[in-house]
Design a protein around this ligand. Structure first.
Ligand SMILES: *Cc1c(COP(=O)(O)O)cnc(C)c1O
Length: 415
């Protein structure tokens, strides 16, 4: 498909055959584990093509490929601007199988510190007994990152934008450091989406996503993807052929359906995210807002030059403890309380109670997770309605805290 086409044109048409089975307009769900051959010569032709590593539409067994999944992979490759893509059962499968492909015993990995918690756990706890060492560096410290590279370093892994503080990495700078040291770069671009950021064009080797979030976009599927050059994706595919963790055809179908409106949804979420962040930053009960579109964000300048939009996730701190923050969250009527992001429904959570529930208050304080920290992932509802809801929930907290101050004063008068 032509490079000059817009992202929505690609989202609708790329990867799909123009003529589809049964003359449908959509690519069907091929609910089949096995694909058959008309005779032995047909089978041998297929095996010969596979030996030459020619990939085609033809599949033989579900763990090695499925026509619905292959169509979704081609669409994602086009959207991300890579040669090839490989789908997985979840974002974590994409991250872990990509790392298992690029690392081996004796290898070293450099990782930025605020990557997804399970990714951190995989790198620091799971890979260690297999002889893979890792160094964690603070996000945004490029000299520290370069110094952490050792002769046995194979990969640099990071996310951008990150969770929950929406730190934005200078991906071109990161890719340049990696190239000078002959090290692969993997970026988890889940929060970015191909609408807002183009990591491969900035020199990154492999982009991974949790398609569960923006790419699927409707809070109704789990999937993951890795996109890059033919060479690197083929290597990851060989790992998947052995391990599994494949995307099932139903999820691939839903993912393709969701992708067709990716740009429409993300543009809306970008607009709402910015409006919500601006509203919150003006509100007296909100002590801090973390959003890369605001000028006081530490990475605002990088974000401004690198991102087409600042995304639909807004993190902010209420001037209050866990209990007061819970009152605010419970007073919200539109967003559902729950993990995840990027779907049509807005989701909200108190970070201390979602991602860090099993941490002690001291441990949370040490890594800077405030009791009043809230993450709001906006859906595609109208911005005015989300803001009105936030406003009424903040008044509930304001009234509760005023009542508390009044009753404390009364108590003091009575003494
Ligand atoms: C959700 C998420 C993952 C994990 O993806 P799953 O689809 O839940 O396995 C990885 N990275 C980031 C940034 C995520 O938000």
């Amino acid at each position: 498909m032509a490079k000059s086409q817009g992202i929505s044109t690609k989202a609708v048409h790329a990867g799909e055959q123009r003529r589809k089975p049964g003359h449908g307009v959509t690519t069907p769900v091929f609910q089949s584990s096995t694909f058959t051959f008309s005779d032995t010569a047909d089978l041998v032709r297929f095996m010969e093509r596979r030996k030459r590593k020619e990939t085609g539409e033809r599949c033989d067994y579900g763990r090695y490929g499925n026509p619905t999944v292959l169509a979704a992979e081609r669409k994602l490759a086009e959207l991300e601007g890579g040669d090839a893509a490989i789908l997985f059962s979840s974002g974590m499968a994409a991250v872990t199988l990509s790392l298992l492909t690029l690392l081996s015993s004796g290898a070293h990995l450099v990782m930025t510190d605020d990557v997804y918690r399970r990714t951190r756990e995989f790198v620091l706890s799971f890979l260690k007994p297999y002889g893979v060492e890792a160094t964690k560096v603070p996000v945004g410290e490029y000299e520290t990152l370069e110094q952490a590279i050792q002769p046995n370093t194979r990969t640099i892994l990071s996310e951008s934008p990150t969770n929950p503080y929406l730190r934005v990495l200078d991906l071109a700078r990161l890719a340049d450091i990696a190239r000078r040291h002959d090290v692969y770069t993997i970026i988890d671009s889940t929060f970015g989406t191909p609408v807002n950021v183009r990591p491969l064009e900035l020199g990154v080797d492999l982009v991974v996503h949790s398609c569960t979030k923006y790419l699927g976009g409707h809070n109704d599927l789990l999937a993951g993807v890795a996109v890059g050059s033919n060479e690197i994706v083929q290597r990851v595919r060989e790992t998947q052929n052995v391990i599994g963790a494949i995307c099932d055809p139903n999820s691939a179908f839903l993912l393709m359906r969701g992708l067709k409106t990716l740009e429409l949804r993300v543009n809306r979420q970008n607009e709402t995210g910015l409006k919500v962040a601006q509203f919150l930053s003006q509100h007296p009960r909100v002590s801090r807002v973390y959003y890369p579109g605001l000028p006081d964000h530490p990475d605002h300048l990088v974000a401004k030059s690198q991102l087409a939009g600042y995304g639909g996730v807004v993190s902010f701190e209420l001037d209050g403890n866990l209990e007061m923050t819970a009152r605010f969250v419970d007073a919200l009527k539109l967003p559902y309380i729950g993990p995840s992001l990027g779907g049509t429904e807005s989701l909200v959570g108190q970070v201390a109670l979602t991602s860090y529930y099993d941490f002690t208050p001291e441990e949370r304080a040490e890594i800077g997770i405030a009791e009043g920290l809230v993450r709001l992932a906006v859906g595609v509802e109208n911005a005015e309605d989300i803001i009105a809801d936030l406003s009424q929930a903040l008044s509930v907290v304001e009234a509760a805290s005023a009542a508390r101050v009044a009753s404390a004063a009364e108590g003091a008068d009575g003494q």
